[in-house]
Design a binder for this molecule. Structure first.
Ligand code: CUK
Ligand code: CUA
Ligand code: CA
Length: 626
């Protein structure tokens, strides 16, 4: 035992007490609390029975987690925090063949050449301010993309690359009347044109970034708005009229020091009806090859307003009562509450000082990054530097701002450690229900078994249904779920097997038709010059074809249709030594194209365990030498 373990240091004492608490003995709890002098702020809670979802029982909520720079979306059950599924998006997935199959490459388009992504903000489509469970949208900061996931099949079905900008970061959806637009912020300021012609005179080149809107149905970029400064996070209001974004680099600096020079940056507010009217009136330009309408929202524009807030603000969150945009101060211990009711006046220039829209600026602690809500008037803000979540009351914060002597802080809860986002159940919708809070901690330090220099992150589950926040679960996660979203399970009703006419593989079905092939029946090899199309069915434990012959150098497309009707009987198709692998779930058609570059015998096999004779579900490709 080192000196550090003698429990003399307060921090060690707290650690010991925490272990005793979690042991569940109320006698020890009383002793430790009395002797340890633990404040409410740091006292850990006893585990609640609510999270004990027993074997065979189902969770109450779906949670969709960003996979961060790992590139996927993960589906968890809450409150058990059991991982239910992974949805590959901006990554390559060996199990499902995402990034390998023709169907996924069609979704990825030109960007399939990128093998990486960096997703941050998963958000679910809304109708009348409530989650409708149709789509989930997520950004890719690394390669400037936005993706859509169809929640009925839990697969990504569209990806768009945003032109003329670099690094899509903040992403939120229009809430009212429905999600027509996906609002997404490009973070980095770049010169225009960015073709290298102005590298020698960057000082004088025109430089800006843009706020973007993607049409949620077509997934085409609807418009882009030039701004002053940069753009970080964003959110939309419950009137359908406004979106707002934080800017931490009002200085338009290119260095860290420069980005922290000013005491205040700003929140940029976008007037959506005015933007739409300007497009209708033809009041826009285009950039380069892109046909997307580009509007000028820089200072002085009637499309935007800039509200000064302290300092390098980060998260931007709309309260579920529809009253406030809350900008989280990061380098300021405050958050700024922007009164949405006053934005009409702000845009009609009825205020001399745009700060007139600030309803309150409560001081919460060090490093406020993101805020979430319980639907009962309370907000929960992560304090990155303090490693805490602070629960505070919005109405009381406004009273205090107006000079009344009220304490708006309700509780500070230690979390482990350095939280970024936090997210309460249904918090972005009108029906925020204040039951569960997930706190996404960037550091786990000593909370889990050591696994080398790279540590797990720690997504902690907090029960917020009562007066007091109670930490109930540690959930290790892999790099790096910036954010998550929780919705009640009754909002979703995913399909259990595919429908044959699903759009996800419609193009493959159409190609088969052109070849005169009925996918549900035929096993056929069709040669078209040096292109060979192999169509086969699969029924556990058989492929419809156990052998086919091609010539060395042929481009081979294998299309497999799974005729099994029983849910859970997924097959795979893996061609050994060819980098080919894919999922074919019941009633699904999947296809993959590769070059048969090696003469000889090449086995293929089913790689999803489907039957007692799964190992025997095999076949051989015979490749004749050229
Ligand atoms: S950002 Cu990561 S902690 Cu990309 Cu939402 Cu704040
Ligand atoms: Cu089919 Cu395993
Ligand atoms: Ca700044």
């Amino acid at each position: 035992m080192s000196n550090k373990d003698n429990h003399q240091e307060p921090s060690e004492h707290v650690k010991l007490s925490r272990r005793l608490f979690l042991g569940g003995s109320s006698a020890l709890l009383a002793t430790a609390a009395a002797g340890g002098g633990l404040s409410l702020a740091s006292a850990p809670a006893l585990a609640s029975d609510d999270i004990n979802v027993k074997p065979g029982e189902l969770d109450e909520y779906y949670g969709f987690w960003s996979g961060g720079h790992q590139g996927e979306v993960r589906v968890l059950g809450v409150p058990s925090m059991r991982e239910l599924m992974r949805i590959p998006v901006f990554n390559v997935d060996s199990a499902t063949g995402w990034g390998i199959t023709n169907e996924s490459k069609r979704v990825l388009g030109d960007s399939s050449k990128y093998l990486n992504g960096d997703c941050h903000h998963p958000h679910i489509s809304m109708t009348d301010g409530k989650y409708d469970g149709k789509y989930l949208f997520i950004n890719d900061k690394a390669n400037t993309r936005v993706a859509r996931i169809r929640l009925d099949i839990m697969k990504c079905d569209k990806i768009v690359t945003i032109p003329n900008v670099q690094a899509i970061h903040g992403l939120r959806l229009q809430k009212v009347p429905h999600t027509k637009y996906v609002f997404c912020n490009a973070e980095f300021i770049i010169p225009h044109p960015n073709d290298g012609t102005n590298l020698k005179n960057l000082d004088t080149a025109e430089q800006y970034t843009m706020f973007n809107a993607v049409d949620a149905e077509t997934m085409e970029v609807a418009f882009q708005v030039m701004v002053d400064g940069n753009l970080d996070n964003t959110d939309a209001c419950y009137t359908g009229k406004y979106a707002a974004s934080t800017c931490y680099n009002s200085e338009a600096a290119t260095t860290l020091g420069g980005m922290m020079r000013e005491e205040r940056d700003w929140v940029t507010v976008f007037n959506i009806p005015r933007i739409e009217a300007a497009i209708k009136a033809g009041d826009f330009t285009t950039l380069g090859d892109s046909k997307v309408p580009v509007l000028d929202g820089r200072k002085g524009s009637k499309l935007t307003r800039y509200v000064p807030v302290p300092k390098n603000p980060h998260g931007l969150n709309t309260s579920p009562d529809g009253k406030y945009f809350i900008a989280n101060g990061k380098l300021s211990p405050t958050v700024s509450m922007i009164e949405i009711d006053k934005l009409d006046d702000l845009f009609d220039d009825r205020f001399e000082d745009p700060r007139a829209v600030i309803a309150a600026e409560p001081e919460l602690g060090l490093g406020p990054l993101h805020t979430t809500f319980d639907g009962r008037g309370n907000a929960y803000t992560t304090l990155f530097i303090d490693s805490q979540v602070v629960k505070w009351n919005m109405a009381d914060a406004i009273k205090a701002y107006n000079g009344e002597d009220v304490d708006y802080i309700r509780q500070k809860l230690d979390v482990q450690y350095q939280p970024g986002h936090n997210h309460a159940s249904h918090t972005e919708a009108r029906d925020a229900d204040g039951k569960w809070l997930v706190v996404l901690c960037k550091f786990s330090k000593d909370r889990f078994l050591p696994v080398g220099p790279l540590h797990a992150e720690n997504d902690q589950l907090v029960d917020i249904s009562g007066e007091e926040m109670k930490l109930v679960h540690d959930g290790p996660t892999y790099a790096e779920p910036h954010d998550c979203i929780l919705l009640r399970r009754d909002v979703l009703n995913p399909k259990k097997i595919w429908e044959r006419d699903d759009a996800f593989f419609a193009e493959t079905v159409a190609m088969a038709k052109e070849d005169g092939v009925t996918l549900e029946r035929d096993n056929k090899v069709i040669r078209d010059g040096n292109k060979v199309r192999v169509y086969m069915t699969s029924v556990a434990p058989n492929y419809g074809m156990s052998e086919f012959t091609v010539k060395q150098g042929d481009e081979v497309t294998v299309t497999v249709t799974n005729l099994d009707m029983i849910e859970d009987v997924s097959h795979g198709f893996c061609m050994v030594n060819h980098g080919v692998s894919m999922e074919i779930s019941p009633q699904q058609t999947s296809s993959v194209t590769f070059i048969a570059d090696k003469p000889g015998v090449h086995w293929y096999y089913c790689n999803w365990f489907c039957h007692a004779l799964h190992m025997e579900m095999v076949g051989r490709m015979l490749v004749e030498p050229a």
